[in-house]
Write a protein that binds this ligand. Structure first.
Ligand SMILES: [Zn+2]
Length: 219
């Protein structure tokens, strides 16, 4: 949707209104608070508009390339942009709500540049996921699994060899992030931990789907 906006100097520009808030991701009809037209070093005509989201009530700005008549040609982007939470399958959300919560908090810390907290967050998320899966698999061992350390849980209560291998390495790298001394220098620990956790999620999802399939009897 296009809208004509009057600048402070009385000139008018016409811009394409953003249809989604970059912060809360609601579909919106934003109200403009401030607009400025300017030319950059490369002689591009641009406009900068500050909008207010009627849903979350936060301000955000949108930039445009403009033509000579003051009409927006291209929307460059809106800032600040808040990423949505990572979404996990229903099976994972039911198996381990604390994993989903902790993973998203770690991801939030990562996006905010809180680099010392990120690894510990993913390490904690991994522990929730592995232990909840082990308890799901061996409900009678519930108490022992809850109490033992992550390494022992992976070794003694995870039967799937792929999950076991991925969880073990992710735990080693995660421990590096939580301790004073790093034992695995030179490895991009955070990237690896995330990729191993995502692979574990895939294996667990597959295993839960097989369980569901096994419940269906031939009629
Ligand atoms: Zn919003």
């Amino acid at each position: 949707m296009k809208k004509a906006i009057t600048l402070k100097n009385g000139a008018r520009i016409t811009v394409d209104l953003p249809s989604e808030c970059p912060r809360c991701h609601c579909g919106i009809l934003p109200e403009e608070h401030f607009a400025q037209r300017y030319t950059n070093r490369n002689h591009n005509e641009l406009a900068y508009v500050v909008f207010r989201c009627p849903s979350c009530e936060n301000l955000f700005s949108t930039e445009y390339y403009m033509d000579d008549l003051g009409r927006s040609l291209i929307t460059i982007g809106s800032h600040p942009y808040t990423h949505n939470d990572a979404h996990f399958s229903k099976a994972i959300e039911e198996l381990s709500p604390m994993f989903c919560k902790t993973y998203n908090e770690a991801a939030c810390a990562e996006r905010s540049g809180l680099s010392e907290l990120v690894g510990m967050g993913y390490r904690k998320a991994l522990e929730y996921l592995v232990k909840d899966f082990a308890i799901h698999d061996k409900p009678k061992e519930n108490d022992k699994i809850a109490e033992c350390n992550l390494g022992a849980c992976i070794e003694n209560y995870i039967d799937n060899k792929n999950i076991q291998k991925l969880a073990q390495k992710a735990a080693w790298l995660g421990n590096d992030e939580a301790h004073y001394m790093k034992r695995h220098e030179g490895i991009d620990g955070i990237t690896k931990i995330k990729s191993f956790i995502n692979a574990i999620v895939t294996f667990i999802d597959a295993s839960m789907a097989v369980e569901e399939a096994e419940k269906i009897e031939k009629s």
